[in-house]
Write a protein that binds this ligand. Structure first.
Ligand SMILES: Cc1cc2nc3c(=O)[nH]c(=O)nc-3n(C[C@H](O)[C@H](O)[C@H](O)COP(=O)(O)OP(=O)(O)OC[C@H]3O[C@@H](n4cnc5c(N)ncnc54)[C@H](O)[C@@H]3O)c2cc1C
Length: 387
């Protein structure tokens, strides 16, 4: 089976090396053992430490803090490479740490905060989560109800969060809480250690896919945080979060594209060796052509993701492009997975087949991190003609 080589005009030698190193790492250390993690619903800590040692948590960290100081293109590359593991639950936990939670610290953290947190975040000793969603506030982030009120030298937090990836076993959460009750957008970001008194994992949630990823419902009951746990400017967290969501959307699609390519390669190989009607399934025009269209769509989604990443790397506001990539890419990945299961026949429906898990894992992509409809609104808002 020949895997498609990942090449595009945005790749440098450094990015190519990151891609190759990550693909090799997941092939050796994740794919062979991921089934056991799916059973327990947990990714072992050692794998995080190992990735930390290899510098995989340092791509976006500035050089003066011991990182590689790379930009969105590195994140897109890393996400796509991780996506080849076929265990998207594992990939989700990693990308939440590196690309959905860490940007909040990197973009808003003070020198003291960066100095305190970055070493153990890069080593994998401290795993980060992002805590925005609540039972009554998902797509409508500004509807969140968790409160943070000044108390002595710090803040007192109360509320609930749900669907928080990595938070059952994670260490610190970049968490959004309302600091100004009179302003719908009066939200601030905090660093909440999961060991804080009053912090509780109410439930470990049972999911359709991403089975090895731990997903938590959380309760904050009078959690007191020292003042230096406020991240960035008070009341400005909503706008900071919206900015950081661009990177989140990109890596969600990135992992999906990596997975979709593997699914196509697996399906092409399966249908080529599966005999029916006197030849192979792949020789039936209907299958071959549909798989070719799937390949074309994955290529298009990949190209548009890297283009959006490149725009962001230039410092250009790519909200419209990133939102479009999230909407389009997540749908493409799911269409591909649907066809790949279809062409595996009954075997594709069996728990023992890789494609069965990949289909379940992909279903969250058009929902999480900005539902497709919400993404399309972001594109539409920026598409009014100037008349
Ligand atoms: C496995 C998993 C992991 C997650 N991890 C995290 C995490 O780590 N941190 C975190 O903060 N959150 C996390 N989430 C939450 C996720 O981002 C939300 O589920 C998502 O934003 C949608 O919010 P909701 O579930 O409240 O759906 P709702 O906001 O209730 O929306 C339901 C549906 O309505 C439609 N819809 C919503 N708004 C509009 C609109 N404006 N126009 C048209 N249609 C619309 C969409 O189809 C949407 O799917 C996770 C969710 C899951 C399932």
């Amino acid at each position: 089976m020949s895997m498609t080589v990942n090449r595009n005009i945005y790749m440098s030698d450094e990015l190519e090396a990151i891609y190759e190193q990550t693909v090799a790492f997941v092939a050796n250390e994740v794919t062979p053992v991921g089934d056991a993690w799916e059973e327990t619903g947990q990714v072992p800590r050692e794998i995080y430490k190992r990735m930390g040692e290899l510098g995989m948590f340092s791509l976006r960290v500035p050089e003066r803090w011991g990182g590689l100081g790379l930009g969105p293109l590195a994140s897109a590359t890393f996400a796509e490479a991780l996506g080849t593991s076929t265990f998207a639950g594992f990939e989700a936990n990693i990308l939440v740490h590196t690309d959905m939670a860490l940007p909040h610290l990197l973009n808003a953290g003070s020198e003291t905060q960066l100095e305190h947190w970055l070493p153990s975040i890069q080593s994998g000793d401290t795993m980060m989560c992002i805590g925005v969603t609540e039972p009554d506030a998902g797509s409508d982030v500004a509807g969140l109800r968790t409160t943070a009120v000044p108390d002595g030298d710090g803040w007192r937090l109360n509320g609930t969060k749900t669907f928080i990836t990595g938070a059952v076993y994670g260490d610190v959460i970049a968490l959004a809480a309302r600091t100004n009750p009179d302003d719908r957008y009066g939200i601030s970001m905090f660093l909440v250690p999961t060991a804080a008194e009053g912090f509780e994992v109410a439930r470990k949630l049972d999911k359709h896919g991403w089975r090895c990823s731990d997903t938590a419902e959380l309760v904050l009951n009078d959690v007191w945080l020292p003042g230096d746990h406020l991240l960035g400017e008070v009341h400005r967290g909503f706008y900071a979060a919206m900015q950081n969501f661009q990177n989140e959307r990109m890596v969600i699609v990135g992992m999906g594209i990596g997975a979709a390519q593997v699914a196509i390669d697996l399906t092409n190989a399966y249908t080529q060796q599966r005999k029916a009607f006197g030849s192979s399934l792949y020789d039936l025009g209907a299958i071959r052509q549909r798989m070719a269209m799937n390949q074309a769509q994955v290529d298009a989604a990949r190209a548009s993701m890297y283009h959006a990443a490149w725009l962001a790397e230039q410092g250009i506001d790519a909200t419209k492009e990133m939102s479009g990539v999230k909407a389009f890419g997540a749908e493409v990945v799911n269409r591909v997975m649907y066809d790949c299961m279809q062409f595996h026949g009954g075997m594709g429906y069996m728990r023992e087949s890789t494609i069965e898990r990949m289909c379940r894992d992909a279903r969250i992509l058009p929902i999480g991190g900005g539902a497709t409809e919400v993404m399309l609104e972001e594109v539409a808002k920026r598409s009014y003609a100037d008349v």
